[in-house]
Design a protein around this ligand. Structure first.
Ligand SMILES: Cc1cc2nc3c(=O)[nH]c(=O)nc-3n(C[C@H](O)[C@H](O)[C@H](O)COP(=O)(O)OP(=O)(O)OC[C@H]3O[C@@H](n4cnc5c(N)ncnc54)[C@H](O)[C@@H]3O)c2cc1C
Length: 398
């Protein structure tokens, strides 16, 4: 097909949402060498991806605590994966989107498109509780910050550690990271026991989004590990050496691992994109950005139309959403209306190293993987590890 007749598709971001989007858009998710040449000849699209070229496998970050994973082991240079798919890579950062989505501005350039996919991931509401940025660490800020947390932890021989989260529920679903923080708390207990110093530490678990007195399987796991449950607690401010409460009293903490609620990155608010009440890019059930033509978004930067209240932001949800968005984008480029919606599913393995649980909920009640895996077993730690290895192998080599 002549180059000038090809539809120009621009993709922003190289995280889970964008990479799943590329895989589903190109139908054949794995490209053996001969399809690589066919792609160059018969491709109907000219695809450009703008990002930093570094894919980070976030689900493995809590395992920094037990020393199983490092920044290097979970980071993939994504350029070859894109090159094998005939996707042009631009190493840059997007700063604005204009003309109803047709023009994307970066720090160094300007790119026009026939269709746009946005997978820029989350920003965190660090201004929600004052002092969050200055006095807390978060696994969600990436490997460098988790390494900084580990550095501080390794310097402590005793102390008080608070682990917690706050959710953004303004868009009717769970925009935050609860499961990940439970995992961090359990792994912290495991790592300190292994060091033989657990009895010299207090680990508190807090969240304003958990009712005091709440019971259930996760609470049981935290209690088995001797964690102090401060369910319902929200500090008025994080300060040097701990947290200040509304009545002015100070709670001492040597380290705080905390994740605020999620929204879309701030620059989106100055762009032509619509923003939801909770601060996400506003999309409909087909993944289309509302009010704009041929613009789609998926993953942690975007909200849902009519979500069930329990659905969280997850790589797994990003996959389901990007799959629908890719099919719908093909339809709209062919002049047809979009028809593909997606299921809502929470699915993740809570790794506690000496135990694990498969947390699961689905809008259609389908079990994960035809129920072939147990819901609670230490073997799930290996299963989680294998998923990661497979995905990273796919990104590095296929
Ligand atoms: C500690 C932790 C544990 C987790 N565990 C699990 C789990 O077990 N299972 C699960 O399903 N999910 C898990 N998640 C959630 C999962 O990682 C996210 O839901 C997922 O990363 C969302 O994908 P995304 O593509 O929307 O965002 P990201 O993966 O964050 O990707 C966003 C991309 O956009 C790029 N970008 C951002 N801004 C710009 C810009 N202006 N210009 C260009 N590029 C830009 C970034 O560089 C990045 O490449 C976990 C998350 C964390 C933090």
């Amino acid at each position: 097909m002549a180059e000038d007749m090809k539809k120009k598709i621009t993709i922003i971001g190289n995280g889970f949402a964008s990479l799943f989007f590329v895989s589903y858009l190109l139908v054949l998710p794995v490209y053996p060498i001969f399809t690589f040449f066919l792609r160059r000849i018969f491709s109907r699209y000219e695809i450009t991806l703008i990002g930093n070229g570094r894919f980070i496998y976030f689900p493995a970050i809590p395992e920094f605590i037990v020393g199983k994973k490092t920044k290097e082991s979970i980071t993939v240079n994504i350029r070859s994966w894109l090159w094998r798919r005939n996707v042009r890579f631009i190493d840059d950062q997007v700063v604005d989107i204009q003309d109803g989505g047709r023009t994307v501005l970066t720090t160094r350039g300007r790119y026009t498109n026939d269709a746009l996919f946005i997978g820029i991931g989350p920003a965190f509401r660090t201004d929600d509780i004052p002092g969050t940025a200055e006095h807390t660490f978060s696994p969600c800020s990436g490997p460098d910050e988790m390494n900084a947390f580990m550095h501080r932890l390794n310097q402590l021989d005793e102390g008080v550690i608070y682990v917690g989260f706050k959710l953004n529920k303004l868009d009717g679903f769970v925009a935050g990271r609860g499961g990940q923080m439970y995992e961090c708390a359990c792994l912290l207990d495991y790592a300190l026991k292994k060091r033989g110093v657990r009895d010299r530490f207090e680990i508190h678990f807090f969240s304003p989004n958990i009712e005091p007195g709440e019971t259930g399987a996760i609470t049981d796991r935290l209690q088995e590990r001797g964690l102090i449950l401060d369910y319902g607690y929200e500090p008025a401010e994080f300060v040097e050496g701990g947290m200040r409460d509304a009545d002015g009293s100070l709670r001492r903490a040597d380290l705080v691992l905390f994740t605020p609620g999620i929204k879309a990155p701030d620059w989106v608010r100055q762009s032509c994109l619509p923003v939801s009440r909770g601060g996400h890019i506003d999309v409909d059930k087909y993944g289309q950005v509302k009010g704009l033509e041929n613009v789609f978004a998926a993953g942690d930067c975007s909200n849902h139309e009519d979500p069930p209240p329990w659905v969280p932001h997850q790589a797994h949800m990003a996959q389901l959403r990007s799959q629908a968005a890719a099919k719908n984008l093909r339809q709209v480029l062919n002049g047809q209306p979009p028809t593909h919606t997606y299921r809502f599913e929470l699915s993740c393995i809570l790794n506690m190293e000496n135990d694990a649980m498969w947390l699961h909920a689905a809008s259609d009640d389908k079990p994960p993987f035809w129920n072939i895996f147990p819901r609670r077993s230490r073997k799930l730690v290996t299963v989680k590890d294998q998923f990661e290895r497979l995905y990273l192998f796919y990104l590095r080599h296929l």
